[in-house]
Design a protein around this ligand. Structure first.
Ligand code: PMP
Length: 474
């Protein structure tokens, strides 16, 4: 080889002169990746199915040379000259100790001291898909929670929050200007994703039983043959944000059947899965249900740790068909390289010490916490707002979605101005319903979050809202 001595940084750049063209031949294999389609059941959709459906941008993405070779560093006996990893002895943090709640007894705490190995992992660059032990923990969770096993043609990838992954999944599938199905009202955080791509957003109606399959049928009834049908449906299956409703089993099965018939993917965004506190048994997720269908591979599922471990960790993970997850990983390689290592190590330290049983105990307690908050809010609604607003009791999550029965004065019943001005002047802040509709339509609804307030604050807030609503009536 030939080289020049570097004067900064951590790399030696050399020309290998043993090859006639000066470039060594490197064979990249995908060792270290999870999911092996050779062992998949026959009804799992084949790779060509996805290749034909990836967006132009996903197909054009080039595979990044360094990151795609990183898994090879894990080969036993390999001495790596590969990545530009800073040496951990130059980092100022030398140890990390903290305490974590014991899920069996929330009043006691377990001390955690990160080992040097764990700390090093957390302070260092890591794999694009996430730290292997955490990714494995999530594979196990998908088996426990949804009955989905490794090796059935689907993969997991960790992201910086589920928002990061939803954005990447949409970019992997949708071309600029494409039509997309989005349930409405819906989590407003997805609008910028679809709007930036110039998508035509087809609103799919929801009611107290969740998303309405009839609305998809009617949208497709007169679909022009010259126009491509939507490739994705975005839906929040449990405790929808903003409505708090959960789709029934019947609705879910109908949606899965429609996805097969009309060839679209279901983007199942489920940050409130473990915050379900409804009185009926929890219906299975789309991800769980599709396993019993004619074909498997149309559900891309998003989980989030934000509501159960920490929102500041910015950790979520996607579970979906290998090809789609690979396209998302290629996006990660080009945008933010990987999910945050330190957050992953902290999450892993907690989850691996708890185990799945501890995790379920913890999430059950979290859901009960929000159930109590819901009950307090509901009682205060009855006390202060009965006859002025109407609502359906939420069964998961942290939002009350209610309809104003008084008119804001412009004859439309729109809550926008009364919430943004009259209520705010009275010292109470909530979100007008229009925010949750893609096309900014008027809405008499309001979303109130009950996650943070105690009983006294809730009563004060709703008292102020009552005054504001009575003000506009007079
Ligand atoms: N989807 C929905 C329905 C949400 O309500 C939120 C956050 N409020 C997100 C996604 C984003 O979650 P994360 O913190 O995991 O990015």
């Amino acid at each position: 080889a030939e080289w020049t001595v570097p004067e900064a940084g951590m790399f030696m750049w050399m020309t290998v002169i043993t090859h006639s063209d000066g470039v060594p031949i490197v064979r990249i294999d995908a060792s270290g990746e999870k999911g092996d389609s050779t062992t998949s059941p026959t009804h799992v959709l084949p790779n060509e199915f996805y290749t034909a459906r990836l967006s132009v941008i996903a197909r054009n993405r080039t595979i990044e040379g360094i990151r795609s070779m990183l898994p090879l560093e894990q080969r036993p006996g390999v001495i790596s000259l590969l990545a530009g990893k800073p040496h951990s002895s130059t980092f100022p943090i030398t140890s990390l100790n903290f305490t974590v709640r014991d899920p069996a007894d929330p009043n006691s705490e377990l001390p955690v001291q990160l080992s040097q190995e764990e700390l090093e992992l957390g302070l260092q660059y890591g794999p694009t898909v996430g730290i292997p032990a955490l990714v494995d923990w999530f594979y196990g969770l998908q088996d426990v929670a949804h009955g989905r096993k490794v090796g059935e043609g689907w993969n997991i990838s960790v992201g910086n929050g589920s928002q990061d992954l939803i954005y990447k999944a949409v970019t992997a599938l949708v071309n600029p200007g494409d039509a997309v199905f989005v349930e409405a009202p819906v989590y407003a955080g997805v609008f910028p994703i679809f709007q930036t791509l110039g998508c035509e957003i087809i609103e799919i109606e929801t009611d107290s039983r969740g998303i309405c399959p009839a609305s998809i049928r009617s949208a497709l009834e007169n679909w022009p043959t010259s126009k491509p049908k939507p490739k994705v449906l975005y839906t929040v299956p449990y405790g929808s944000n903003p409505t708090g409703t959960t789709a029934t089993l019947e609705r879910r099965l109908e949606i899965l059947e429609l996805a097969r018939l009309h060839d679209f993917f279901i983007l199942e965004d489920d940050p409130y899965h473990f915050l379900y506190y409804g009185s009926l048994p929890r219906p299975p997720s789309y991800f769980a249900l599709e396993r019993g269908q004619h074909e498997v591979g149309r559900v891309v599922r998003f989980d989030s740790l934000s509501k159960i471990l920490s929102a500041g960790f910015r950790l979520g993970f996607v579970s979906g068909p290998e090809m789609i997850v690979q396209a998302m990983n290629n996006h990660t390689m080009a945008s933010n390289l990987q999910p945050n290592s330190l957050s992953q190590v902290l999450a892993l330290a907690v989850l691996s010490r708890w185990g799945y049983k501890g995790f379920m105990d913890h999430t059950t307690r979290v859901s009960q916490f929000y159930r109590q908050k819901r009950d307090v809010f509901q009682a205060a609604m009855e006390h202060h707002l009965a006859g002025i607003v109407e609502w359906v009791k939420p069964e998961a999550g942290m939002f009350m979605w209610f309809k104003l029965m008084v008119d804001a004065g412009d004859g439309t019943g729109d809550s926008n101005s009364v919430i943004r001005t009259t209520a705010l002047e009275r010292g109470v802040l909530a979100l007008p319903g229009t925010v949750f509709y893609p096309n900014g339509r008027k809405s008499a609804y309001v979303r109130a979050s009950f996650s943070q307030l105690d009983e006294e604050q809730v009563n004060e807030a709703l008292k102020r809202l009552r005054v504001a609503l009575l003000d506009i009536r007079t």
